[in-house]
Design a protein around this ligand. Sequence first.
Ligand SMILES: [Zn+2]
Length: 159
Amino acid sequence: MNTTYVPIEAPSDETDFLDGAEAHCRARGVSLTPIRRMVLAMLHCHPRGLKAYDLLERMKADKPGASPPTVYRALDFLIDQGLAHKIGRMNLFVACSQLCHQERMPGLFLVCPRCNGVTELQDESVIRALTASLAAVGHQLESQEVEIGAICPRCRELG
Ligand SMILES: [Zn+2]
């Protein structure tokens, strides 16, 4: 049993996380600019995800000239680099809970319909099996984020 559940609720130390992201970018020959770093930091402190609008409002506190394209460009970069994910079902953006998507592996996201909590399921064997199974019938995932509606342990306990 090598399945590990990494609840997005429990972020690791922020500076370590951001430094790791910066190193990840450097290794790929791209740069985590201050704005991209700021957006990633905001996502990291809000494990349940933020909407682009929330990011813009928070960014404006620091950079009054920030506009929606500022936020979307930073998000596009973070998603391209595997540092963030878009949860389309909720229109939310979350930081990748690990710097694990260098290989552009799809991420599996459990979205709880009751509390809107998002958890990234870190199970490479499921992702590999899913990708292979889709390929066998000539399909390809449309995005790197696979969303699965699943009631979280806390909500299950509440009945
Ligand atoms: Zn829940």
